[in-house]
Ligand binder design. Structure first.
Ligand code: C2E
Ligand code: CA
Ligand code: CA
Length: 904
């Protein structure tokens, strides 16, 4: 599967759960809106229904009390009317028909109402007298109520349903009573006629609304009077079919379809005890609930507005949620992409979350995410680091508190950035770290970058830039920037500048024998002394090693410089007492160049002061020299050869030639001496005498010597591989190599790499090496001995060592310098010297080699003196490695001779 398709699949897999996660919050909004608006509506409706019920109950009670009140009033009115009929009956019967009703009316015996009429009919049904104006000759004998009274002796009061009176042109309700003769026979009827309006007028209008009604019915249901609102009604009843109110009293809701005007009403009724009359009151629901309906409308409007708001809110919420979900999705996508991108980054990335304790105080941070690099910074894996708290992987310390404080501050301010040196308490695996904290959500995005290398570089630079670390004097960098300005000032003021190049004469020796700490202490002391002898305005800089430069400004000529030079030499000549308690004398040599005569710029002046210094050294040290142009020539050659040698070492322009060493008697090959040659690209083969001294002076011998050892071992391995009968190879090492103490180490490493046995390697050292009794040298020689490497004393006789001294060091072979070999055969002295050495050496069990054997004669003498081995042109010159196999296979045949001298 390719990377790309794997990526796509993982993205698809990611999308599905995303949908689920996004849907829930989004659809929760409308669902919540529906639920809340449902609740709102049901509460509203319940409240309204409650209110309505309360109003209805209240209205029922009101209707009931109204009907009751009206029934009482009507009862009183009916009683009044009844009383009237009774009293008229009485007057009529006792006055023998002499009663004139119109007169009585006029006298106010009856209620003054043009709606109430009293009439008396005779036994034939003719109207006899009435309060309603003149009596008309009308026959009422066929009227049901007349017939009813005529037929029944004691019918009491009859209440007659309304009928139309053609005489008065009105609808009237009658209260009738039978009139009797004294003997009890039917004598007519007294009638009290009322307009329905009269009955209706007993209502309390003020308490009636426009659609409320008040009605009086006969118990059989016949409507007698009706008032709707404040006016008498045009119809007798509002009902389509007048209900007969069965019970004495009651309340009922009549729906709209019961009524002509199609308005529902709460109806309450009360029947009268003494009269067959029923009073009913109808309160229009429309009126009852008018206020309520208005309120309900308002409530519903409010609920509707609430619903709209809720849904608007839901829509906003949906939008917000989906945006949030999208953002989250994007953030996660960004995060994963970010990590994908940052996993290969050089920086460590971390997402950490703040952990709060009591009082909202941050107590710790937890790693929520990081990249692989971030984990390696802490020497762990991503899986182990994620979820870890700071306190888990930083031990409790001031450092932990400091880290927490920095992170807390970043949580407050939103940003923090610094570079810090890693504390030893920190688990961070770096020296210098750049740190950047950015607040994001409830935590911080942290970036760490290992800047150890850059810092080290920077520090080195800044050191270079300013002061010398050993002496705190300004350094070469400072000098190169200071000089141009100083020279400019001198030009401007028409004065001179002197540059004194000071070199400590025997400093190298101190450094090599006493170590760098002593060397540094000496340099510091020297720096102080130099500062003490110059004027306050002048400067001393250390250029490196044991080289100092003094800059004298505002001078008129060489005469101003000499006293300073004298003071410097004097102060440096005094011994330095170092930590070892011993005093050491180093002294100094000074080269002086003057601006403007010896150079127009800093580098030239420095170079010329340096050259003058060499001249001062050559003149015997502890002195000073002003620069002279002729110094330059000779010195330049030397300087050139040093650079050339350095380059030759870098380019490996050296080869080894080998010179055999053979047994004096058998001529057998005993060993080969490796002698270095410089294959100069222009000059051809250059011998060691030309460059070894420079290599020793400059210290380049150390590297050169290592190259020789390497080459010798490689050569041995090659000869052995060629199946040649290999013999030990000796290498020459100089004193400086032994002082550096890296010969044994180098030899061991080469032996190991080339598989060379210690018996095949020998080291040639000169007598002078052992004179100093340098600790390193002695240790080095002992190590070589332990390794089983033979030590040969080279050029024996030229130094001053005694044989007993050599024995102490357990040296194996003495190579007598060719100067002595050359003296053989020239007189007794030479032979005597050889004899003395040989006899002593043999007592000490040492092998003696004669160097520089050039003639057969010399060989014979050496044979006679029992010298063990010889080396020299007589046997062979040093030859390139390629020429060696032939010599190895050859046996050097000597003229046979017996040893002539035996010293026991
Ligand atoms: P040395 O160690 O005394 O080496 C012997 C020198 O004498 C060699 O000179 C050799 O060519 C020369 N010689 C040998 N037989 C005769 C002879 O019969 N007559 C005469 N007149 N000379 C003879 P070379 O190779 O020029 O070496 C000179 C010196 O350079 C050596 O003296 C040795 O001290 C030094 N040298 C050579 N190679 C190395 C090296 O690898 N390391 C060090 N430190 N010094 C080396
Ligand atoms: Ca040698
Ligand atoms: Ca030698």
């Amino acid at each position: 599967m390719t990377r790309q398709s794997a990526h796509t699949i993982s993205r698809e897999g990611y999308r599905l759960p995303l949908l689920g996660r996004v849907i829930n919050p989004i659809f929760a909004w409308p669902l919540a809106a529906v639920a809340f608006s449902g609740l709102l509506w049901s509460v509203t409706e319940a409240r309204l229904n409650q209110a309505k019920d309360a109003i209805r109950k209240n209205s029922e009670a009101r209707a009931d009390s109204l009907s009751k009140m009206h029934a009482e009033r009507l009862a009183r009115a009916a009683e009044q009317l009844d009383q009237i009929t009774l009293s008229i009956k009485y007057y009529w019967e006792t006055s023998h028909h002499g009663l004139r009703l119109d007169d009585q009316y006029r006298y106010g015996l009856y209620p003054r109402s043009d709606k109430l009429y009293v009439s008396i009919f005779d036994r034939n049904g003719a109207l006899v007298t009435t309060t309603a104006g003149r009596a008309f000759p009308l026959d009422y004998s066929e009227r049901p109520w007349f017939k009813a009274h005529k037929a029944v002796q004691d019918a009491g009061l009859l209440i007659v349903k309304p009928d139309f009176s053609p005489r008065l042109e009105k609808t009237l309700i009658r209260f009738t009573r039978r009139l009797n003769t004294p003997s009890g026979e039917f004598d007519g009827v007294v009638s009290l006629a009322l307009e329905p309006e009269y009955i209706a007028s007993i209502t309390d209008e003020s308490r009636m609304e426009k659609s409320d009604f008040f009605s009086v019915n006969h118990r059989d249901g016949t409507p007698l009077s009706l008032r709707v609102g404040h006016a008498a009604a045009a119809t007798a009843s509002l009902f389509h079919a007048q209900p007969a109110f069965a019970s004495d009293q009651g309340t009922a809701l009549y729906k709209a379809d019961h009524f002509l005007d199609r308005k529902s009403r709460i109806v309450a009724w009360h029947g009268l005890q003494a009269y067959p009359l029923v009073v009913s009151v109808g309160l229009s629901e429309q009126d009852i609930f008018a206020a309520h309906d208005k309120m309900a409308r308002d409530y519903r409007n409010m609920a509707a507005a609430g619903t709209v708001l809720l849904f608007l809110f839901a829509v906003t919420g949906m939008a917000f949620s989906s945006r949030l979900a999208w953002r989250k999705h994007q953030a996660e996508e960004v995060k994963s992409t970010y990590r994908l991108a940052t996993d290969s980054a050089r920086e460590g990335f971390y997402m950490v979350r703040a952990l709060y304790g009591e009082q909202r105080h941050i107590v710790d941070f937890q790693v929520e995410d990081c990249n692989e690099r971030g984990a390696t910074y802490y020497g762990t894996t991503r899986n182990l680091l994620i979820g870890a708290k700071f306190r888990d992987f930083i031990p409790p310390s001031d450092y932990l508190e400091e880290v927490l404080n920095i992170f807390r501050r970043a949580m407050e301010t939103g940003f923090y950035e610094d570079e810090f040196m890693v504390s030893p308490d920190s688990p961070l695996e770096a020296t210098w770290v750049h740190r950047r904290l950015v607040r994001s959500g409830h935590g911080l995005a942290v970036t760490l970058r290992d800047i150890s290398d850059a810092k080290a570089h920077e520090e080195a630079l800044s050191q270079l830039a300013n002061a010398d670390s050993v002496t705190t004097l300004p350094n070469r960098h400072w000098l190169t920037h200071y000089l141009p300005t100083a020279l400019q000032k001198a030009t401007a003021s028409n004065t001179m500048v002197a540059l004194l190049f000071v070199d400590l004469d025997d400093f190298k020796n101190i450094n090599d024998t006493l170590g760098h700490a002593a060397g540094d202490a000496l340099l510091q002391a020297a720096a102080l002394r130099l500062k003490s002898v110059i004027r306050p305005g002048d400067n001393v800089a250390r250029l490196g090693g044991d080289e100092f430069t003094i800059i004298l400004e505002q001078i008129e000529g060489a005469d101003d410089v000499r006293p300073v030079a004298h003071r410097v030499i004097k102060t440096l000549s005094e011994p330095f007492v170092l930590a070892d308690g011993n005093s050491h004398t180093v002294r100094g040599s000074i080269g002086i160049s003057l601006y403007p005569q010896d150079g127009k710029d800093g580098p030239t002046l420095l170079k010329h002061a340096d050259i003058a210094m060499y001249s001062a050294k050559a003149a015997g040290k502890a002195t000073y020299r002003f620069f002279l142009p002729e110094f330059a020539e000779s010195l330049m050659q030397r300087l050139n050869s040093e650079t050339a040698l350095r380059k030759a070492i870098e380019r490996d322009e050296f080869v080894l030639h080998y010179q055999p060493r053979v047994d004096t008697f058998s001529g057998e090959l005993r060993g080969l001496e490796a002698l270095v040659r410089w294959m100069h690209p222009e000059r051809g083969i250059v011998g060691p005498q030309e460059f070894i001294p420079i290599a020793e002076q400059t210290g380049l011998i150390v590297r050169l010597g290592e190259m020789v050892i390497e080459k010798a071992c490689a050569q041995l391995a090659q000869w052995r591989a060629q199946g040649l009968p290999v013999v030990p190879v000796s290498v020459n090492v100089s004193a400086l190599q032994l002082i550096h103490g890296r010969i044994a180490q180098r030899l061991a490493s080469c032996m190991n790499r080339y598989g060379i046995d210690a018996s095949l390697l020998e080291v040639e050292i000169t007598e002078s090496c052992m004179i100093g009794e340098d600790g390193n040298t002695i240790r080095e020689l002992e190590t070589l001995e332990h390794m089983g490497i033979k030590l040969l004393v080279d050029d024996f006789g030229t130094g001053y060592s005694s044989l007993s001294q050599l024995q102490r060091l357990d040296l194996d072979v003495l190579k007598i310098d060719r100067e002595f070999t050359g003296r053989l055969c020239n007189g007794k002295d030479g032979d005597m010297f050889f004899m003395a050495i040989l006899s002593m050496a043999h007592v000490l069990g040492m092998t003696v080699v004669a160097e520089g054997v050039e003639t057969e004669e010399q060989l014979r003498v050496l044979q006679a003196l029992s010298c063990n081995e010889i080396q020299g042109y007589y046997i062979s010159r040093p030859v390139p490695a390629d020429d060696m196999p032939a010599l190895m296979l050859r046996r050097f045949l000597f003229p046979s001779s017996r040893p002539v001298l035996h010293v026991v």
